[in-house]
Design a binder for this molecule. Structure first.
Ligand SMILES: [Zn+2]
Length: 263
């Protein structure tokens, strides 16, 4: 930048972010040394959440999670593509693979939400007449939801169909998840459970799918819902690997396995 020209003043939105970081550093980072020291060694979250990019549905805020607790994947409409190992760059599939294979997550939650613009794009092939360059093709990976809803959509019941489609998209993503061999193997072995959750922020309600085909039931406070697929068993300790050629996951003196490294 040319000398003498002051940098532009931060907008109100950016100012709030910087102020928020200052509060985080003072109230959390500098107050919880044990947590942040432990996280220096790496992450070991038990839960992966696949959520929508929608700014109203931040999983860490909704569930009050601490750093290190959630491995979060966010994309338009919280969709999971089917297993397609075609050597093309696939961000969501890569994150799922890393979470399951490298981090050993025990639970995968697909988190849908009400008033999802991505699902609306899926239903209407666009959004309010706007054709997107990437969004339309992305949401098309859940085209079975549009097929399921076809014929049901009328102006009179459009809102009802939208809520049904949002939940159907969660179920479709769960079924797509089950097509990944390493996910299916984890479910079969009892070390991985799949959950379909739906956040209705208009009502402030959380619902959970009872199976890969529904229905959704309201989650009662204090009672974790059963998985839609698989069994949620307690995580066993990681096997201790002795040092050898290449990177090894080793145990410390207390027998606690070292955490996997960051991607
Ligand atoms: Zn959404």
């Amino acid at each position: 930048m040319a000398r003498g020209i002051p940098p532009p003043a931060p907008s109100g939105a950016l100012r709030r972010l910087v102020d928020g970081f200052d509060r985080f550093r003072g109230q959390h980072f500098e107050q919880d040394h044990d947590l942040y020291d432990a996280l220096l060694d790496g992450q070991r979250p038990e839960v992966m959440i696949i959520a929508c990019s929608d700014s109203r549905t931040d999983p860490a805020i909704i569930y009050g999670a601490k750093p290190g607790e959630l491995f979060v994947i966010r994309n338009v409409a919280a969709l999971v593509p089917t297993y397609e190992p075609d050597h093309r760059p696939r961000g969501t599939s890569a994150a799922i693979e890393f979470g399951v294979k490298a981090l050993g997550v025990r639970h995968i939650i697909v988190l849908g939400h009400s008033f999802c613009a991505g699902v609306r794009c899926l239903l209407e092939h666009d959004h309010g007449g706007a054709r997107f360059e990437f969004v339309s093709d992305w949401v098309n990976i859940a085209r079975e939801v549009r097929d399921e809803m076809d014929g049901l959509v009328t102006d009179a019941e459009r809102a009802v169909i939208a809520r049904r489609a949002e939940q159907a998209s969660v179920l479709a993503s769960l079924r797509h998840l089950a097509t990944y061999p390493f996910v299916a193997e984890g479910v079969e072995a009892g070390r991985l459970a799949l959950h379909g959750w739906y956040f209705h922020f208009g009502w402030g309600l959380l619902q959970a799918a009872e199976s890969l085909h529904g229905p959704f039931r309201q989650v009662d406070g204090g009672t974790p819902p059963a998985p839609a697929l698989g069994v949620a068993e307690a995580a066993p300790p990681l096997p201790c690997l002795r040092p050898g050629p290449g990177p090894a996951r080793r145990c410390d003196a207390a027998g606690v396995p070292a955490r996997p490294t960051e991607p």
